[in-house]
Structure formats: C-alpha cells, structure tokens
Design a protein around this ligand. Structure first.
Ligand SMILES: [Zn+2]
Length: 553
C-alpha cells in the first residue's frame, strides 16, 4: 500500500513537472508568449551614452526610463562592435543585426568610388519629396543592402503587419523601417515645421499627417526653453556658463533660458526646434498621433513602430555631453517617454506591446574640458594632415593625384592613376601606413588588404574589420588617439571605437520580457535577432548577432 502511494505520488510529480516543462517549451515555440503582442516599439535615442541612465537616474520619474529599468531587462554592458559609430550605420545595425561590413551603410555620407563623389546614406535621386518641395525629401533605404527585422515581420505576416518609422532625422526614420515599410516620416523645419515623407512610400501624405502638420504643433514649441526643474538642482552636469559649449546665433552665451521665438530667424526657422529638448517632444507627439492615425497594434498581425529621438544628438553636438542643456534634454525626454508609454497602455493595451530602447552611438566628453581636468585629449588638424600626406605622395611616387578622397578616417586611392603609373596597390597602401603612423595624434593605421585578409577577434582591429565594407570602404584606415577628434572646440562628437562612443543603453520591456539586468557583454547586432526570436520570425538576411534569450520571460 505504502509502495503504491509512493508510486502514485511519484507519478503525480512527473505529470506536474512535465506539464510545467511543456508550458515553458510551448511558450518558447510560440515565440516566447507573443500571443498577446500586437506591437513592437523600437526606440533609438541618438547619441545616448549608457551613463545617462545612471547619471540622471535621480531626476527621472517612474514612468519613463525607470519604468523600463524597473519592469524590464537592462543590458548594462551593451556596445557597438564596429567603427565608425555614426547615426546612419547605427540605425542600420540595430535593425539588421549586422554591421557596415554586410549592410553597407558605412557612414552618414561617404565617398562613392564608382561615381567618384560623396553620397548620403538615405539619399535617393530617383524619388521625390512628399510634403515639401525640396531635395530634403528625396530619401529611401536603397543603399542598405540587408533586411531589417521589420522587413522580416512584413514578409512573415504576408505584409499585414505594418511598419512605421518616425524621427526628426530622415535616416533615423528610413533605415529602421527598412525596405518594405508602409511609411517613414521625418521632420522638415525651415518655414514649415512639418513631418514629410517621399514617393518611395506614398504619393500623398495621409490625412492624419496633414492634420498634425496643420495643427501648428511645431509653432507651439517656438517658446522659451528653460530647465524643467530649478537649474540649481542640476548637480549632475557642469556649470551653465563655461568655455566648452557652442550656442545659437543671436545669443551671446550658452546659458538658459533660450527664447526660441526670437532666436528662430537666425537659426533656420523651425529647424531650431531640432537642437532643443522640444525636438523630442514633437516626435513623441507625432508617434502618439500615429497610433490612431495608422491604426497601429490594433489586430493580431504584429506591427513595428520605429521611433528615433534625434534632438539628443543635436544638443550633444552643440553643448556637449556634460552640459546643463543635455541634462535638461534627458529629463524632458524621460517625460516624453512616459507620455508615449501611457498612450501605448491606453491605445494598444498594457502588456500587449514590447519595447526596446537603445542608441545609435554614444559620444565623447568635450576634449577641451577633458584637457582642463588633465585627461589626455585634443583636436586634430585635418588640413595639415592632408598637406603633409600630399607632399609625401609627390616625393615618393611623383604624383599629386593618387589620393582621391579622405573621409571617415579612411583614405581612398585613385586606382586608375595607380594602374597608369604601373604602381602596386599594396605597395602604395603600405607606404601610406608607414608615413602617417608618424603623424601627430595618429595611433593606428591599417591597409584595407590587412583588414580584409586577417581575422581579428578583439580590439580596435576587430571593430575596424566589422565596419569595413570591401566594396565601399577606403584603402587605408587610421585611428586617432583616445579623445582626439576632428571637430569644433565646443560640443561633443562621436565616431570612434573607444568605449565613450560604443557603450550605449539596451533596455527591453513589455510582453515576453522578464525583469532583470546583466553586466554580461552584449552587442548592438544582438537586438534584431532578439526581436526576431521573440516574434518567432526569420532573422534579417545579414544578421550575425545572437538572440539574448536571458531577457525572455
Ligand atoms: Zn551625431
């Protein structure tokens, strides 16, 4: 009898443990409990450093960044795994799960070897502007060689799941939305203050966008910009008046408040909004309007809403990462995120959507400021660099036209001239490496041949390799010393492989995501495979990242 009871209990345990296991397996097979997910919201914050989450933590409310951290999963050691760390490549890499080596977006602008002129990552002469009569609207993702996870979601749902991209910057809306997007909308300032698109997506703006534009939302932001809280409580940033910040034309000092109504005429009309915290607010307004306007997240076919906040980058470039302006911009962005999440709760439903938030790159502290506190930093004089290199080429090869272009820390050689003079391409590349490694502030130099023929697994060499597209990139790649930039003496910039440019936030929250955090290293190329795995759809066609399964519930 006792033996039978034991057997019975053992069988019961088996049944229950099998059932429990089955549930886990089942939910994983279904794409980790995506039955209720109707919408994926991808948020990219342009130029957001990881430490903005921690530095301004005490200033954030409960409904924005903290809601993501408290309810969702925080990958605290997330990095870009290639150079250059710019906006175009960043947005492409987040959504394709691969790097410039494969998706081909090697910079924002790059020298096109075939047509021998500079091209823009989202520029497309074959399409027209919709909403503004200018080249500002001649944009599409045609230069991006890979699919995004939003493209794969469109294919998976037989085009029933929608994709909408929204940003101040065209490239911030277009690249995430991918090739099959229903729409990408971006901000056109000047005398309009409108959101526009291109004929790549549609021939006329939908009614809801016209209504938004005509409601003069942009005009409502041409008001004084002052700090949200008393400026004396902004103890997490440098003093408001210092030598490290640029300012608006028509204002003597980079100090609060900024009267945008009077400053707008000398600063590009509505474009001034881009370089203030209000640029993020209008993007949040537009994204919230899109939820109803585009009927996003209203049925069982999963939609993707890609929102990119660009003003953080404009503010960082003008005022620097340690400014009061950047602190206020993040405090206000936190409020805009809260508004967006509240709207998602109301219109899509709590727990019926999944969000990720990351950045397209981070940024360096203003080198002049770093220098003032004894940290090695400074500025590179690119003109003297070019002059020295020209003189060398003339002396060594007797030709002044062998270097065709220098951009994005790469040197492009004139192949036709090299052949004509019967020179060896490798020899010319090597000679340049040996020459410029002796130049001031140049830390490392490599030939494209080395980068393409060696398999690097770590360090700057691996980052250069993953950012180097054999067909599109240059012949010689050089790296400046840490915190040395080719930029104005005020404000911050980015582009390098140093941690200050590569370390960005990665937060997941909502349906299918568990609460937690990790310092385990993750890479930006993991985001798209993670979203694909969550949705149970194909990975983007060039994806090389790993699904971060520890974030799944
Ligand atoms: Zn930037």
């Amino acid at each position: 009898m006792f033996k039978n009871i034991a057997c019975f209990l053992f069988a019961l345990t088996l049944i229950f443990s099998c059932k429990a296991q089955n549930e886990v397996v089942l939910s994983k097979d279904n794409g980790t409990n995506t039955n209720a997910t109707r919408l994926v919201v991808g948020i990219v914050v342009d130029q957001m450093r990881y430490d903005y989450l921690t530095r301004f933590y005490n200033k954030y409310g409960e409904g924005g960044f903290k809601r993501m951290m408290n309810e969702g999963f925080n990958c605290k050691n997330n990095h870009y795994n290639y150079v250059p760390t710019y906006t175009g490549p960043g947005h492409a890499s987040v959504y394709t799960g691969t790097t410039p080596k494969y998706h081909g977006i090697i910079a924002n602008d790059w020298y096109d070897k075939e047509i021998k002129k500079s091209v823009y990552c989202a520029g497309d002469d074959s399409v027209q502007s919709v909403g503004a009569v200018t080249e500002d609207g001649q944009m599409s993702p045609h230069r991006m060689k890979a699919t995004t996870f939003s493209d794969e979601n469109r294919l998976f749902t037989q085009m029933r799941g929608k994709t909408i991209g929204i940003s101040i910057k065209d490239r911030g809306a277009i690249l995430p939305a991918g090739h099959t997007a229903n729409a990408a909308y971006w901000f056109y300032g000047k005398d309009k203050g409108y959101f526009i698109t291109s004929t790549f997506y549609m021939t006329a703006l939908p009614n809801w966008v016209n209504e938004f534009n005509n409601s003069k939302v942009a005009e409502s932001y041409l008001k004084p910009w002052n700090t949200l809280f008393d400026i004396s409580t902004y103890t997490e940033s440098g003093s408001d008046l210092n030598d490290f910040e640029g300012t608006f034309k028509g204002k003597e000092t980079a100090t609060f408040p900024y009267d945008l109504g009077t400053l707008k005429d000398k600063n590009g009309g509505f474009d001034i909004i881009k370089t203030t915290a209000y640029g993020n607010s209008i993007v949040a307004d537009f994204a919230i309007a899109a939820l109803s306007g585009e009927q996003i997240g209203q049925d069982t076919d999963i939609d993707v809403l890609a929102v990119s906040f660009s003003s953080t980058d404009y503010v960082g470039h003008k005022f620097g990462v340690n400014s009061k302006e950047i602190e206020d911009t993040y405090i206000r962005l936190d409020k805009d995120l809260e508004r967006l999440f509240n709207a998602l709760d109301a219109k899509v439903g709590k727990g019926a959507y999944t969000v990720f938030l990351t950045a397209d790159h981070a940024a360096v502290d203003v080198p002049a400021y770093l220098k003032s506190v004894k940290i090695p930093a400074g500025y590179v004089d690119t003109n003297s660099f070019k002059d020295k290199l020209s003189a060398f080429m003339l002396a060594k090869f007797g030709a002044s036209d062998l270097v065709e272009n220098i951009s994005n820390n790469q040197i492009f050689l004139n192949r036709t001239q090299i052949n004509k003079l019967d020179l060896d391409l490798d020899d010319v590349q090597e000679a340049i490496v040996n020459e410029i490694i002796g130049y001031e502030y140049i830390d490392k130099v490599y030939t494209a041949t080395t980068i393409n023929s060696t398999s690097f697994t770590e360090g700057i060499e691996a980052l250069l390799q993953k950012g180097h597209n054999q067909k599109r990139s240059g012949d010689v790649l050089f790296v400046y010393d840490a915190a040395y930039i080719s930029y104005s003496k005020t404000g911050s910039t980015h582009g390098s492989g140093f941690d200050y440019d590569t370390h960005v936030p990665l937060l997941f929250f909502g349906n299918g995501i568990k609460h937690g955090e990790t310092f385990q290293k993750t890479e930006i190329i993991d985001v798209a495979p993670t979203m694909s795995a969550l949705l149970g759809i194909s990975f983007p066609n060039g994806a090389i990242g790993q699904p971060l399964e520890f974030v799944f519930r």
